[in-house]
Design a protein around this ligand. Structure first.
Ligand code: ZN
Length: 157
């Protein structure tokens, strides 16, 4: 059976944090995303889309931010755990398509490295991993640089 899933995530931008998106540390003048884990907004959206495709809830349910085990957690490790849950249900990841919404910095130079990290965590060829980046034309909380959001859809079968 082919199943589709959708994931959405947002994190607030603050001073004094590393900016980590798609498992890549991005130079951004010490302004990064705030969260209990490493706050990797892209990997969280991908994880939620995969859990959604299998109707397994969301990452908040599986990796609660009240659990110290997940403090500053590497979201690549969380994504790998999600893939294991999907596999245990009898599914493999077919492909994912994600969009990161950030006014700045420019993410284009980092996209291929993000795709590599994600393909490796998902155990699929990089040709099955699409990552795009856009701004929201200075509108709303992403446009104001208050935060960064990410959407993802995925197919599992
Ligand atoms: Zn998140």
């Amino acid at each position: 059976m082919v199943r589709i899933g959708h994931g959405y995530d947002v994190h607030r931008l603050v001073q004094g944090r590393d900016l980590i998106i798609g498992g890549v540390k991005i130079e951004n003048n010490n302004i990064g995303l705030l969260g209990h884990s490493d706050a990797d907004v892209l990997l969280h959206a991908i994880s939620d889309s995969l859990l959604g495709a299998a109707a397994l809830g969301d990452i908040g349910k599986h990796f609660p931010d009240t659990d110290d085990k997940y403090k500053n957690a590497d979201s690549i490790m969380l994504l790998k755990e999600v893939v294991k849950m999907i596999n245990d249900k009898g599914y493999d990841v077919n492909n994912i398509d994600a969009t990161v919404i950030a006014q700045k910095p420019k993410l284009a130079p980092y996209i291929d490295k993000m795709r590599e990290n994600i393909a490796s965590a998902l155990n699929i060829d990089i040709s099955r991993v699409s990552v795009k980046a856009t701004t929201e034309e200075r509108l709303g909380f992403t446009g104001n640089e208050e935060g960064i959001s990410a959407h993802c859809v995925s197919i599992i079968e």
